[in-house]
Design a protein around this ligand. Structure first.
Ligand code: GCO
Ligand code: MG
Length: 431
């Protein structure tokens, strides 16, 4: 008969406060770390609340990983949370290293998101204790707000150009443009030409050759139609191999893109140096990175132009700030990840980094459903293409538990969508 596997209680030295805490005589202690799942936008948002013995004092973080939600929640509830209870929340660097190394094996998006949820909550807590907006703990503000980019897509250049014009009307100076490839499942085109049910049934393939032939042509025509007065971005979503990527960059040169995002899968990151050396098209990479070493390998060159940090996945603001500092010293810009599967809590935390870093370039801005702000009061929305941080203490986004209960996560949770796609020859397409 199989033996049940039980968790041993947390080892005493991990529960002990850091050596200097008693001497400091700090009174505030963490009393609980709670996790909440909610889906006001349709995708699961995993919220982390670090509570303290001071009434009303808590910090909020986001550990959302739409593909591995329950695993991240288990890391938080079963492993990290017991190590935090009773601890002084002030020493964020110490706590980050302690939690990261407690498992011996570190890295990976599941650990990253769990740590990220706690880390952002601790920064929020610290800023609230000090009565300051979060950015002010990062050296203060260096800009009014973060330039944001929104998403548009379409079947042809006219449809796309109309949408770019509509985004311009709303004040966006940066627009991500995705173009459909007839008969192929192309990332970010919202089913413009293919039926999503057919994609799920694996009847629509991914066709790299058609994509490389078609999309640069459409993007170049969009540029002709919209003029130079707007920055255009494009996300390849890791769907090319290095040879195809070189070809794509050559063909897209005349579109004058602000950047091309995720040309290659992380496994092929060693090819960025060569692509960067041969093409004038700016390269953006990093939303899949869960380890700072993945960034440092590309920043040494530097082999990229924009670092797309996803704050929760990288392990929170503590590692993200280090990468931001390195970017500044290397002349690389930040273009943080911010689609709707990053909750408003992490969006606000990322914004604190954006407005306090000289390295900042542009921020991806989610267009949330109106219900999202009911669950997350203080959700930041772009105004005139700019995301402006709140002046309240902390990162400025709260969490309404009862509103969250009105938006439960749909069951069963979809966790496999990135494995659905196959190439025209039947092999699995790597996102
Ligand atoms: C982007 C993205 C995302 C990812 C998503 C995966 O906004 O640039 O690539 O939309 O696909 O976060 O869950
Ligand atoms: Mg992307």
């Amino acid at each position: 008969m199989a033996q049940p596997v039980t968790r041993t209680p947390v080892h005493a030295p991990l529960l002990a406060p850091a050596p200097w805490v008693e001497e400091r005589g700090a009174k505030i202690r963490i009393t609980a770390v709670r996790t909440f799942l909610t889906a006001p936008h349709g995708c699961p948002h995993l919220v982390v609340r670090v509570e303290t013995n001071e009434p009303g004092l808590y910090g909020l973080g986001c550990a959302s990983d739409p593909q591995r939600t329950l695993a991240v929640r288990s890391v938080l509830d079963d492993y990290l949370s017991p190590m935090l209870t009773g601890r002084d929340p002030d020493d964020i660097e110490d706590i980050h290293r302690l939690l990261l190394n407690s498992a011996y094996w570190r890295g990976g998006s599941i650990t990253g998101n769990a740590l990220g949820g706690i880390d952002v909550a601790l920064w929020d807590l610290k800023a609230k204790r000090l009565g300051a907006p979060l950015y002010s703990l990062f050296g203060g503000r260096v800009r009014t707000g973060a330039e944001a980019y929104t998403h548009v897509d379409g079947a042809d250049e006219r449809e796309i150009a109309d949408q770019v014009a509509a985004a311009r009307e709303l004040g966006f100076r940066h627009v991500r443009v995705q173009a459909a490839v007839p008969g192929a499942d192309t990332y970010g085109t919202g089913g413009a030409t293919v039926d999503p049910d057919a994609v799920r049934a694996r009847r629509v393939p991914w066709d790299s050759a058609a994509y490389v032939r078609t999309v640069p042509r459409i993007l170049t025509r969009v540029r002709e139609l919209v003029g130079d007065d707007v920055e255009l971005l494009h996300d390849v979503h890791e769907r090319l191999d290095p040879r195809q990527a070189r070809d794509f960059l050559r063909r897209v040169e005349d579109a004058g893109l602000y950047f091309v995002e995720d040309l290659l899968a992380p496994e092929d990151a060693g090819h960025f140096a060569r692509l960067h050396a041969v093409s004038p098209v700016p390269l953006a990479v990093g939303e899949l990175f869960s380890d700072t070493a993945q960034f440092t390998a590309l920043l040494d060159g530097p082999d990229i132009d924009f670092a797309r940090i996803r704050v929760p996945t990288l392990g929170g603001l503590t590692p993200a700030r280090k990468i931001a500092a390195l970017c500044e010293l290397r002349g690389v810009r930040l273009a943080p990840h911010g689609p709707a599967d990053v909750s408003p809590v992490a969006q606000a935390a990322t914004l604190a980094l954006d407005v306090s870093s000289h390295a900042f370039g542009v921020q991806e801005a989610a267009t949330f459903r109106p219900t999202v702000a009911e669950v997350f009061p203080g959700t930041v929305v772009p105004r005139g293409g700019l995301l402006v941080p709140s002046e309240v203490p902390g990162h400025g986004v709260d969490f309404d538990e009862s509103a969250a209960r009105r938006h439960p996560v749909p069951e069963p949770l979809e966790h496999d969508r990135w494995a659905l796609l196959r190439n025209t020859d039947g092999s699995v397409q790597r996102p």
